[in-house]
Design a protein around this ligand. Structure first.
Ligand SMILES: [Zn+2]
Ligand SMILES: [Zn+2]
Length: 360
């Protein structure tokens, strides 16, 4: 965690220093999706409690507002740590699988600095918060849908077509590599639900439309440059998947040597989950968890992702159901409930065998 904070501080210092010439200082407003913080004020943020005022608190409010945790009609935020911020933090921490403290503790700040998907977190369920008993939200199944549970409404089994927007591509990766990353990402979802995906050439007529965009690009959700927000996508049946063209997209971290390299296949798999109707999960190993560190890969579907998407579309008949059995068993690993049962069963078998032998 310390390392990640150090990395983030270094990166954002660099970002601020390189983007602030004297003539720009007065007008520079960082995007709401990026938290800039100094090692100097991390301690005071840690201790911030209701009623305290600390320069920079407003950026956390803007961030929480941007991702769906805090309402503000006039879009102005002050630097007071108030009860509204506390309850927004409680919901954020619950949704991100963090320890629920209602404070700007270092884990929470580190999470906010981690690059993420631009779609807001739509799980607005109330999280219980007892200030005297700091607790962690335990959940092995926490998939979430978009409000109204939209999904593609065609009859099963269905085929969805996808295409890349030719005018909105990047050139740092070959088209072959980009297509291959998306082919693998689509295949992961297709292997668990009765939906297949076919690439076509024209994004004007395809169901799903993929493109790389820079900054403001016409949908009211401008991209924010390197890291911060990596991509965003729309719920069914809109079908648009947008990636931030400013990122250093990678399909092989050995070939793309950069501390800000982002795995295209992982982000593609996550965003396709949105296209199908899944929102963000609080399960950290799930593909639908909202954040992804640079140089990290998380493209394999977790049982949480599988159960979520299957509850929208049903199961692919060829889906190997032992996966879910394995996952259920591994979810029960921490439970001691089955152990005495298994021990008792073994003893009964041994006693029965001994009894059989004695009576021979
Ligand atoms: Zn997302
Ligand atoms: Zn967009």
């Amino acid at each position: 965690m310390f390392l990640s904070l150090t990395y983030s501080f270094t990166f954002f210092f660099t970002l601020i220093l390189t983007s602030s010439s004297p003539s720009h200082i007065a007008t520079f407003t960082p995007p709401a999706t990026k938290i800039s913080i100094t090692s100097h004020n991390i301690q005071s943020l840690n201790k911030a409690d209701k009623g305290t005022k600390i320069a920079g608190i407003s950026q956390f409010k803007r961030y929480l507002h941007r991702f769906g945790y805090l309402q503000n009609n006039n879009n102005s935020f002050n630097d007071e740590f108030d009860v509204v911020l506390e309850s927004a933090l409680v919901r954020y921490q619950g949704n991100l699988g963090l320890q629920v403290t209602g404070k700007l503790d270092s884990d929470t700040v580190a999470q906010m600095i981690t690059p993420r998907c631009g779609d807001p977190d739509t799980n607005t369920r109330h999280q219980n918060h007892d200030q005297n008993h700091v607790h962690k939200v335990h959940s092995s199944k926490n998939f979430v849908f978009f409000p109204g549970k939209p999904r593609w409404s065609r009859s099963m089994p269905m085929t969805l077509t996808y295409a890349f927007s030719r005018e909105n591509m990047i050139h740092s990766l070959s088209m072959k590599d980009i297509r291959e990353a998306f082919r693998k990402a689509f295949l992961r979802w297709a292997s668990v639900i009765p939906v297949s995906f076919v690439e076509v050439s024209d994004s004007e007529v395809s169901d799903l439309k993929i493109g790389f965009y820079k900054g403001e690009h016409g949908d009211g959700e401008p991209f924010d440059g390197v890291l911060g927000v990596l991509a965003h996508s729309f719920s069914p049946e809109i079908g648009r998947l947008h990636l931030d063209a400013a990122e250093t997209w990678a399909v092989d971290f050995e070939a793309t040597v950069s501390e800000v390299a982002v795995d295209l296949e992982s982000v593609a798999t996550h965003e396709i989950g949105h296209l199908l109707g899944l929102s963000h999960s609080s399960v950290k190993d799930a593909v639908m968890y909202p954040s992804l560190r640079p140089q990290d890969k998380r493209a394999n579907l977790n049982i949480d992702d599988i159960k979520g998407v299957q509850s929208l579309y049903g199961s692919n008949p060829n889906f190997r159901s032992e996966w879910s059995l394995e996952s259920d068993m591994s979810a029960n690993k921490g439970s001691n409930f089955l152990k005495p049962f298994r021990l008792a069963s073994s003893l009964i078998i041994i006693i029965s065998l001994m009894h059989s032998l004695c009576t021979l």
